[in-house]
Write a protein that binds this ligand. Structure first.
Ligand code: MRU
Length: 380
């Protein structure tokens, strides 16, 4: 069976194109982003969100700056220079030196790094882009070919990684199982296939019928709006529940596994994911349910010794005190609004990566996994 890819983000005709995740599922609107400042706003406001997707967005942000600095220097610029899917344009004459281009690209990378602090994929992708800039900073002609090549590679490699995560993870699921997930770790949050939801899609492609329970995921409803939307269009049986109903559902014996994504996994195996994930892991331990994380190596941060070293983003309190623009809490009431929590490694049954399943998600288990994942993950 053919696996469906969601076109969450791409670089087309000199612009970053995004599927606006703030208005799904009511409207499927594509945004064409023409400046790095606007892209930073998109990441902050979560028009594009999910750890791998914001990594790809950051890489495309650097490419967008290159597009703009080059075209801005041409007396008679073409309508665009770079396009994913078309051959890179043959090198054109431009009126700007390598030093200026390098400074602009590094400036764009710095702005993009200030958008959201928790998902390490953003920093991982910017690190790759910075290395590409440095490799060819004295040669504008190389910048012209290597910056797009690196950005498109980050996008394409991620899609392949997601398929591999799906293939490994689906072995944990049997026909007829019920799985609970939290937030959205699907095609919308990634290069288009998903991590946690990629496992479900791969199971379906392998003929397994999987029922999914999707936590609503307060306050921004990634579960009710996004996970339900994409599972529904893939023909997967999905039921939405309030976050507060998860305890009673898990105690009922109707869920065989909890399966989520991650925004950053420390060397210890402690894993940050959407607020509410920790509670699910505690419930899984209480009720004897396996708790799985599906994440690429680019979500591991081996320079962070433990979960205490992961920066958790706190977001505007209005996300909690208002709903769809209307105040729901009394005026003057404060709110506690962390976007993520950290699940200790001891509560995680296994982590599904593109190389295989880490069944001992401890520091030893992670560093020893698949020839030393540290070589491929964030480590300073
Ligand atoms: O705040 P968000 O919506 O960007 O948070 C997303 C999550 O927590 C996802 O579960 C995580 O990024 C994994 S996505 C494959």
């Amino acid at each position: 069976m053919e696996l469906m890819i969601i076109e969450t983000i791409d670089f087309r005709k000199g612009k970053v194109v995004l599927l606006d995740q703030t208005i799904l599922p009511l409207e499927e609107r594509l945004l064409e982003i023409e400046s790095v400042d606007r892209l930073c706003d998109s990441i902050r406001s979560m028009e594009i969100r999910g750890a791998p997707a914001i990594g790809i967005a950051a890489a495309y942000g650097v490419l967008l700056e290159l597009e703009n600095v080059l075209r801005g220097s041409m007396p008679d610029p073409p309508s665009y220079l770079f396009d994913h899917g078309a051959d890179t344009a043959s090198i054109v004459e431009f009126g700007v030196d390598a030093e200026t281009i390098t400074a602009r690209l590094l400036g764009a990378a710095e702005s993009l790094s200030q958008t959201r602090p928790t998902a390490v994929n953003l920093f991982w992708a910017l690190d790759r882009m910075r290395k590409a800039i440095e490799r060819c900073s004295d040669d504008p002609a190389r910048l012209f070919s290597e910056i797009p090549a690196e950005a498109f590679a980050i996008h394409e490699e991620q899609l392949d990684i997601e398929r591999r995560i799906g293939r490994h993870g689906e072995k944990l699921l049997s026909d007829g199982m019920s799985v609970l997930t939290h937030c959205n770790a699907g095609g919308l949050a990634t290069a288009g296939f998903g991590t946690a939801l990629g496992v479900i899609y791969a199971a379906k492609a392998n003929g397994k019928r999987i029922k999914v329970y999707a936590d609503e995921t307060r306050p921004l409803l990634q579960g009710a709006r996004l996970t339900a939307w994409e599972l529904g269009r893939a023909g997967i049986d999905v039921t939405v529940l309030c976050d507060g109903a998860a305890a009673s559902l898990l105690s009922s014996g109707r869920v065989d596994a909890v399966l989520v994504g991650a925004d950053r996994i420390a060397a210890s195996g402690d894993a940050a994911n959407k607020i509410g994930t920790l509670g699910l892991a505690v419930l899984c331990e209480r009720f004897g349910i396996p708790f799985y994380i599906a994440a690429p190596w680019s979500s591991f941060d081996l320079s962070a010794p433990s979960g205490d070293d992961i920066v958790v983003e706190f977001r505007n309190t209005q996300e909690v005190t208002s709903f769809q623009g209307r105040r729901t809490a009394p005026d003057g009431i404060d709110a506690y609004n962390p976007a993520f929590d950290v699940t200790p490694a001891g509560l995680i049954t296994a982590i599904i990566t593109e190389d295989g399943i880490i069944r001992d998600p401890s520091e030893e288990g992670i560093r020893g996994a698949y020839g030393g994942g540290s070589a491929r993950s964030n480590e300073t």
